[in-house]
Write a protein that binds this ligand. Structure first.
Ligand code: NAD
Length: 494
């Protein structure tokens, strides 16, 4: 039996324990170090989180290490059954998980609900993959020598440290936890210090599903805790999602022990609207691509490129749509955009806008946040027209509701502009022309290209980027393989 402390159901302030190790909660020696967790749409403190100590981080990694042998030896089909059970329990707890996301991050109801659906789909997908023997069974390799036989097989990497950011806490955790468990890894999860309550609920669910104690452990805290976790010598693999700046540090730490790394980092992605596009559809993709989750998306298509011939028409329709974005708390009727995650994040985004404007960027129009009352961290969407190519709003990841629009004449020019960034996460192209679709698909430098669709995400489709957007891929079969070592044997025949 586990002893996870339940979050308070009466809505009163909760205290999240410092760690969840081998099925038991661990509290901080000194509760005065607990940090506040806020409701982003009211600014109120709704709970506290105790940071894990060095000894608790060590205990969590050792628990994962001790549980590794038995979990790795558990048949994939049995692991898959537990993953599908987790998916069922998440589904059964949908309302509470969505409510927690709304309470902490201020996500509108449809966005909070979408996150739960994504987590369910991810655990289901990897549960099903475990049942497919093809993903796990050793494969014979044909060799040009009859005196030997060759075999290829995959083995769990070992103990995985999973570090996640605050923008899609449950989703990002599911993308790591499900394939890690499917592969036979044991884990220590470190949620973002801003959004950890939802991961505590997930840890309870994992435990209720019957995943053996020690297989999933959790430590609370910020960058210092993350740094100590990644440096632990018994960690074999680090899967990190966050900023490129921290990703660099993680990779440097990993290099000391040659730990395996998957890095899902930032982006500055493009959405390209060709003259033949359906403009209403293009506008709807631009609004969701730039302002979903209040623009706090690594995949935000915040650089919008519009072909000359339809630029004016696009801008007029875009302005109408942006002014109709309904910024507010989850309880506001027909809310379509929530707050930023914190006071600090809003200040950071506003400072970038001021910096961009001081350097010459023109704000073409803004939305309004009139219905967003109180002390929440709301901000109206902002659209900048024709910034210089070296303007900070065009070059840097803003991670807030700020989009730039630039016009282009030819496909060559659009591709050059889209690729003129060191990031390479995603891109969206809006065109009916089949030849143009083929060309953009081939020439845009991005891990995932959407053609005439919103940012649809399926667990079958891998996620990850080029350049400063990271290393490796999550989701899909590659996501599973990223938690496995590829091994071979060559043996004398007969
Ligand atoms: P962040 O890099 O500040 O923090 C991410 C996580 O790393 C947090 O849990 C944090 O506590 C931890 N951390 C901080 N310093 C650390 C260190 N030295 N060692 C180990 N862990 C450390 O990012 P954030 O502000 O939480 O999230 C926003 C960033 O995440 C954006 O840049 C965004 O693009 C990126 N992101 C990328 C993806 C993707 O899939 N590519 C998805 C979501 C977010």
């Amino acid at each position: 039996m586990t002893t996870v402390t339940p979050l308070r159901r009466d809505g009163g302030p909760f205290v999240l324990p410092a760690a969840f190790v081998a099925g038991a909660t661990m509290h901080a020696d000194d509760a005065r170090h607990a940090t506040a967790i806020h409701n982003a749409s009211t600014g109120e403190t709704i709970g506290w989180q105790e940071p894990a100590s060095a000894a608790q981080i060590d205990a969590a990694v050792r628990a994962a290490h001790d549980a590794l042998g038995a979990w790795r030896a558990t048949p994939p089909a049995a692991r898959g059954k537990l993953l599908r059970k987790i998916a069922e329990l998440i589904e059964a707890d949908r309302a509470r998980l969505a409510a927690m996301q709304m309470q902490v991050s201020g996500k509108p109801p449809f966005e909070a609900d979408l996150d739960v659906s994504d987590a369910v789909a991810t655990f289901t997908y990897y549960g099903d993959l475990c049942a497919e023997t093809g993903a796990f069974a050793p494969e014979t390799i044909a060799l040009p020598d009859e005196t030997v036989t060759g075999e290829r097989y995959y083995e769990a990497v070992g103990v995985a440290a999973l570090i996640v950011p605050w923008n899609f806490p449950m989703v990002t955790t599911a993308w790591k936890l499900a394939p890690a468990l499917a592969a036979g890894c044991t884990v220590v999860l470190k949620p973002s210090e801003l959004t950890s309550p939802v991961e505590h609920l997930l840890a309870q669910i994992v435990s209720e599903a019957g995943v053996p104690d020690g297989v999933v452990n959790l430590v609370n805290g910020g960058g210092e805790v993350g740094a100590q976790l990644t440096a632990h010598p018994l960690v074999d693999k680090i899967s990190f999602t966050g900023s490129t700046a921290v990703g660099r540090k993680v990779m440097q730490t990993a290099a000391l022990d040659m730990k395996r790394v998957t890095l899902e980092l930032g982006g500055k992605s493009a959405l390209i609207v060709r003259a033949d596009a359906d403009i209403d559809h293009a506008v709807s993709l631009a609004v969701s691509g730039a302002f979903a989750n209040a623009g706090q998306m690594c995949s935000a298509t915040a650089r919008i490129l519009v072909q000359d011939d339809v630029y004016r028409k696009f801008m007029a329709a875009f302005e109408t749509a942006v002014r109709a974005v309904n910024v507010g708390a989850p309880g506001v009727e027909q809310v379509s955009m929530g707050p930023l995650i914190s006071q600090a994040q809003r200040a950071r985004v506003q400072a970038l806008v001021e910096q961009g404007v001081a350097a010459g960027a023109q704000i073409a129009f803004s939305g309004n946040a009139d219905r967003a009352r109180g002390a929440g961290f709301f901000m109206a969407p902002v659209v900048v027209a024709e910034p210089d190519a070296d303007n900070v709003l065009w070059t840097d990841e803003v991670f807030g509701p700020v989009a730039c629009v630039k016009s282009f004449r030819t496909d060559d020019e659009a591709i050059a502009l889209a690729n003129a960034t060191r990031y390479g996460l995603v891109a969206t192209v809006v065109t009916q022309d089949a030849g143009a679709q083929r060309r953009y698909k081939a020439e845009l430098r991005a891990g995932l290209v959407w053609i005439n669709t919103p940012q649809l995400i399926f667990p079958q489709v891998c996620w990850g980027g080029m350049g400063l957007s990271g290393i490796g891929r999550e989701l899909g079969l590659a996501g599973l393989r990223s938690y496995q070592e590829l091994r071979h044997t060559v043996a004398a025949a007969g």
